[in-house]
Design a protein around this ligand. Structure first.
Ligand SMILES: *[C@@H]1O[C@H](CO)[C@@H](O)[C@H](O)[C@H]1NC(C)=O
Ligand SMILES: *[C@@H]1O[C@H](CO)[C@@H](O)[C@H](O)[C@H]1NC(C)=O
Ligand SMILES: *[C@@H]1O[C@H](CO)[C@@H](O)[C@H](O)[C@H]1NC(C)=O
Ligand SMILES: *[C@@H]1O[C@H](CO)[C@@H](O)[C@H](O)[C@H]1NC(C)=O
Length: 250
């Protein structure tokens, strides 16, 4: 693993690049479905601020085939993957990454596919082929989350190691990167992530240090605080600093 990265914000936020650091930016391509002035397409991406730009998301089905969201181009605002890849012409050093999964994808298909050697091999080969043929520089895994949510299984923790290992085996020799985005609570990491083993195969791990708090709670406060606060009903677990502590525990 080259580094652990913090994602500060969801739609598109980045850690400042320091020295040879990285700045991994995510684009939720569905932002381009917004009406009129709200539409946010490829041409809006501040690619000069990023070392990695992640197109999110592609999905999968229960057989390990990939699913793609509808691509649209309205008034020059495009969510076409081919336009995303064209950013390389202007930013030759930028790593263009595709993310598979996301919260709305759920866990069931990942769990079914990754726990079955035949289906996982099919999924891995589809992913590698897609990354190569579309012209991406790598893949970001956003299984949300191994061992959690409907359709998940206890063996997901092992299955995720298998997925990461199998992907790296094929992407590595082609010079393509493998990243993952992971949750930050001790509980979620304990259920789904064999940190030592996945770290062997991943180039970068992004900690999802956003959406720690939200409208599902009864009190107001920072959405993603840097430090724990005495007034936080969740205790000292949902903040950026505690996510580092969690990582060191595994
Ligand atoms: C998945 O892809 C295979 C070919 O690779 C195809 O035979 C199969 O029908 C596809 N499954 C679904 C559910 O689309
Ligand atoms: C794995 O998936 C294949 C293809 O769908 C299926 O034939 C096989 O029974 C599955 N294996 C297990 C152990 O579920
Ligand atoms: C994780 O790594 C340890 C030590 O290398 C190894 O013994 C173990 O089998 C690995 N577990 C998985 C799930 O790959
Ligand atoms: C919010 O308050 C309601 C009513 O008191 C309670 O039922 C619910 O569990 C609370 N939710 C959280 C996340 O604390």
């Amino acid at each position: 693993m080259k580094a652990v990265v913090i994602i500060l914000g969801f739609m598109l936020c980045a850690v400042p690049a320091l020295g040879d650091g990285v700045s991994i930016c995510y684009w939720g391509a569905w932002a381009n479905y917004r009406p009129e002035l709200g539409a946010y397409g490829v041409s809006d991406l501040p690619a000069d601020l990023c070392t990695h730009l992640v197109y999110s998301f592609i999905g999968l089905d229960g057989e390990g085939n990939l699913t793609l969201a509808e691509e649209i181009d309205v008034g020059g605002k495009s969510s076409y993957i081919k336009d995303f890849i064209k950013l390389r012409e202007t930013y030759p050093k930028l790593k263009l990454i595709v993310a598979v999964g996301g919260y709305n994808e759920g866990s069931a298909d990942f769990s079914k596919v990754c726990n079955n050697d035949t289906l996982r091999a099919h999924f891995v080969s589809n992913l590698v082929q897609f990354v190569e043929e579309s012209g991406f520089d790598g893949l970001d895994l956003d299984w949300e989350y191994p061992g959690q949510r409907e359709g998940s299984q206890e063996s997901d923790k092992q299955a995720f190691v298998d997925l990461v290992r199998d992907l790296k085996e094929q992407l590595g020799p082609k010079g393509l990167e493998l990243l993952a985005a992971v949750p930050i609570t001790q509980w979620a990491v304990g259920i789904g992530y064999d940190v030592a083993n996945i770290s062997k195969h991943l180039d970068y791990i992004s900690l999802m240090t956003y959406d720690m708090h939200g409208t599902w709670e009864n009190v107001t406060g920072s959405n993603a605080p840097l430090y724990g606060q005495l007034t936080d009903p969740a205790g000292d677990v949902l903040n950026v600093v505690s996510s580092f502590v969690v990582l060191r525990c595994f």
